[in-house]
Design a protein. Structure first.
Length: 226
């Protein structure tokens, strides 16, 4: 599986030859000015919740690529009104098998409203089960006991977790989350983009190491193999 980081909580996973983009907030991110969204290919776009720092580039990329946007009912409805027809609505607890594998939606303890103030439904995380490996993207969330259910459903190869605090889990809670979901490989997102979530990344990596876990923080634009 290949993972490309586009800054903040946006990344692209290549699985079963499909390009799956998550939470596109790229052209509005000062740290991602070297990424041109017109060069991003996508077969799918997964949107965890309606906040602008997760959906800002979704309509533009979905229109250009024709990618199928997978998100909750309310965001699906909103995207349809923006002229995006290729959407797949889901909701918490639901599961669907796509051509790259199966996705289960799980609770994220956060909030969700759309950039124009529309109701955004409930925020979600996603669990991917594929022939190339299994992973969990929590979306923006606090640490929650519900995460303990995840290893009863799937054996994870890695998890993508926010580590920036203020709006989401901090490093120590993300370490606990990785204990709950039973994985030792974590990719950090949702840090350093703006003042509220600036962190000491070296300290974060050390804290994960001390817990017997590996925190991966690829550079914006970097692709890693997992
Ligand atoms: Ni958010
Ligand atoms: Mn966010």
């Amino acid at each position: 599986m290949k993972y490309t980081y586009f800054g903040h909580a946006s990344f692209l996973v290549e699985v079963q030859k499909k390009k799956i983009l998550f939470d596109p907030f790229i052209s509005y991110n000062e740290l991602a000015k070297h990424i041109d969204i017109n060069n991003i290919a996508a077969d799918y776009i997964f949107v965890s919740h309606g906040h602008v720092d997760h959906i800002a580039d979704c309509v533009a990329i979905a229109k250009r690529t024709g990618a199928k946007v997978v998100t909750n009912w309310e965001i699906h409805d909103w995207l349809q009104k923006q002229g995006i027809e290729n959407t797949h609505p889901m909701n918490i607890g639901g599961k669907w098998t796509f051509d790259f594998g199966t996705v289960k939606c799980v609770i994220a303890q956060h909030s969700s409203s759309l950039p124009d103030g529309s109701y955004g439904g409930n925020p979600m995380g996603f669990i991917f089960t594929t022939a190339n490996g299994n992973f969990y993207y929590s979306g923006d969330t606090s640490l929650t006991l519900d995460m303990q259910l995840i290893p009863t459903w799937v054996d994870l190869d890695f998890a993508i977790l926010p580590i920036g605090s203020n709006f989401t889990m901090d490093v120590d809670d993300a370490i606990n989350a990785s204990v709950f979901v039973q994985t030792n490989k974590i990719i950090g997102v949702h840090y350093n983009t703006f003042g509220f979530i600036k962190i000491d990344t070296e300290d974060a990596i050390n804290r994960f190491n001390n817990a017997g876990k590996t925190l991966l923080l690829p550079a914006i634009g970097e692709t890693i193999s997992l």
